[in-house]
Design a protein around this ligand. Structure first.
Ligand code: NAD
Length: 455
């Protein structure tokens, strides 16, 4: 069972539908933007387009299997849609809608000229051969037809998809659109075929840059650097395993990590590369030498300085937020914290660096990959990392400043709401997630209005 469907009795009252959560987050932020036209708010909240396709493949064992795939374009006001494709048995239409909307806000926070999109196929890749996965990918992309494209909607990797999957996507699209430069149809490609140096590590590296900047700005009382900090990582895939390596390189001590099969703990520190090698050899970090085994629930409650959720949605909820003992949570995953948990953590002074900021290094370098593809260029890795660092630092600063600005003007905002006849509970100080949303929603709203609502 995936983290997002795990809802112990205590959390039963909490709505864990990711799309409902994304909408709640939007509504919470929109209250601080009183000038936002109510009709425009409805438009910004909903996806522009949702494509659902069903298709068969003939598997390696000769049976015919049917698959459901989704591609959601949430908003394209600021540019073509951008967002990963996820392969997971628990993918739902609402999860894809939520992930697509988070992409819209993420691109706006980072000021990357893309809109938000996401895709997913309901499948268990662990039970499929590589050949099956290639057929599933090709058929899905063929079904999407011109709904994706370098200037329309640009996929990328997400859970259980990687550079190889992106190569299949490119190749399929290329077969259907010969005679033009199609490299920009997908990002996260292998470097030898148009991928960007630094893209594989970008989500985790961006998360590190965001954490470093937030700590340097004094956002987390008693913690001003990653150096010497204790770190716990949930999820040991692209985002999590590389985050463990990069934080360790900066002098942090990785004391616990986990994957879908369980976790490991060692207060003296875990060698991230050793744990990764063990996972590659055995399928899990569990059993890695010198470590105690821990459950994913116990892992989240481990006392540490920095907790990095890097797996799936809804892992920090109303029923376990009180047990979190980290000083700061850096959300490498999308949607790991529910709104109820956000409130509890904010009240306890635990800072959350929200997904739409903290994991945006991935889409930022995807943007650089797209630029390189369009210009037939290959940038040096240092150049890519340097540009991304600048963007992450700027966005982190902007979100911190927005939080300060909003929290210093609650009375004025309240008056503005009254003047406009807007009701509701009194405005309360906002956390960094709501501040990031306010920034993003304002940016997308402004662009929509500047373009003029068509026709
Ligand atoms: P991945 O498939 O490479 O890795 C996912 C990891 O999570 C695996 O180690 C898996 O075992 C683990 N996992 C799954 N269920 C778990 C559970 N219940 N408890 C603990 N661990 C569990 O995927 P990824 O690309 O690293 O994505 C992880 C998260 O990061 C997702 O939320 C994704 O949307 C987000 N993200 C990824 C990127 C990217 O560029 N890959 C960019 C931004 C955000």
């Amino acid at each position: 069972m995936s983290a997002k469907t795990k809802s112990p009795d205590k959390a039963a009252a909490e709505d864990l539908n990711p799309y409902h959560i994304a909408q709640q987050q939007f509504d919470a932020a929109a209250r601080y933007v009183p000038q936002l036209d109510p009709g425009l708010a409805v438009f910004l909240k909903q996806p522009s387009r949702m494509i659902i396709v069903e298709f068969p493949i003939e598997t390696a064992s000769g049976e015919v299997r049917n698959y459901v795939g989704y591609r959601c374009l949430h908003n394209a006001a600021r540019g073509p849609g951008k967002g990963g494709i996820r392969y997971h048995p628990d993918v739902t239409a609402d999860e894809v809608r939520a992930l697509a909307s988070w992409m819209t806000w993420k691109c706006a926070v980072l000021d990357v000229p893309f809109g938000g999109a996401k895709g997913g196929i309901v499948c268990n890749p662990k039970q499929r051969t590589k050949d099956d996965l290639r057929k599933i990918t090709r058929r899905f992309i063929a079904e999407l037809g011109d709904a994706i494209g370098p200037y329309v909607d640009i996929p990328a990797p997400d859970v259980n998809t990687n550079a190889e999957t992106m190569a299949w996507i490119y190749d399929t699209y290329e077969m259907m659109h010969k005679g033009q430069n199609n490299l920009g149809v997908v990002t996260g490609k292998p470097v030898e075929m148009g991928g960007s140096l630094g893209r594989r590590e970008a989500t985790s590296r961006g998360c590190l840059f965001c954490t470093q900047q937030a700590l340097a700005r004094g956002v987390v009382p008693g913690l001003d650097t990653v150096k010497g900090a204790t770190v716990v990582v949930q999820g040991y895939g692209n985002a999590g395993a590389i985050a463990a390596q990069l934080y360790a390189e900066q002098g942090a001590r990785i004391i616990a990590v986990s994957d879908s099969r369980g976790g490991i703990y060692n207060p003296e520190g875990i060698d991230p590369l050793g744990a990764l090698k063990h996972k590659q050899e055995t399928g899990s970090v569990v059993g890695y030498g010198g470590c105690q085994e821990v459950s994913n629930e116990a892992l989240l409650a481990t006392p540490c300085d920095i907790l990095i959720p890097a797996a799936l949605e809804n892992v920090i909820r109303a029923d376990n937020a009180a047990q979190i003992k980290a000083k700061v949570i850096a959300e490498a995953a999308n949607g790991p914290t529910t709104p109820a948990a956000d409130r509890m953590l904010f009240e306890r002074g635990i800072v959350v660096l929200p997904d739409i900021l903290a994991n945006a290094g991935g889409v930022t370098v995807s943007y650089y990959e797209w630029v390189q593809n369009n210009e037939n260029e290959q940038w040096e890795e240092d150049e890519v990392n340097g540009k991304m660092r600048k963007k992450m630092v700027k966005a982190t600063d902007a979100v911190i400043e927005k939080q300060k600005e909003i929290n210093a003007s609650l009375d004025a905002l309240e008056n503005e709401r009254k003047k406009r006849g807007l009701g509701g509970a009194p405005l309360e100080p906002v956390d960094l997630r709501t501040a990031a949303y306010i920034l993003a929603v304002s940016r997308v709203a402004n662009v929509t209005l500047a373009r003029g609502i068509w026709p």
